[in-house]
Design a protein. Structure first.
Length: 93
C-alpha cells in the first residue's frame, strides 16, 4: 500500500496550507482539549478542527483508512507518520 508521507511537500507547504485555517478558532474549552491532544501543535489543531469540528476528538481516536488504519494520535508519535497525517489532512475536501 502506498504511504502518504511520500507525498509530503515539506514544512513550507504545510505552513502555507495550515495558515488559512483558524477563523473558527475561539479557544473554547473543547478546542483547548484538542490542542493538548495534538501536543500543542496549533497548526494541526486548527486544521483538524476545521475538517471535523466537534467530532475532532473522536476522529483523533478513530482508525483512518487513509492512514493505513492508524489513528491520527498514533501518527503523532512519529515524525514520518505525522507527515502522513498532514498529507491526509491536506487531501480532505
Amino acid at each position: 500500500m502506498e504511504k502518504l508521507e511520500q507525498y509530503y511537500k515539506g514544512d513550507d507547504s504545510w505552513n502555507k496550507y495550515s495558515s488559512i485555517f483558524g477563523e473558527d478558532w475561539t479557544d473554547s474549552d473543547f478546542q483547548k482539549e484538542l490542542l493538548v491532544l495534538v501536543n500543542n501543535q496549533i497548526d494541526l489543531a486548527k486544521v483538524i478542527y476545521y475538517h471535523n469540528t466537534e467530532n475532532s476528538i473522536n476522529w483523533l481516536n478513530s482508525k483512518v483508512p487513509a492512514l493505513n488504519y492508524l489513528t491520527p494520535l498514533e501518527c503523532l508519535k512519529d515524525i514520518e507518520l505525522t507527515k502522513r497525517l498532514k498529507v491526509c489532512l491536506m487531501r480532505i475536501k
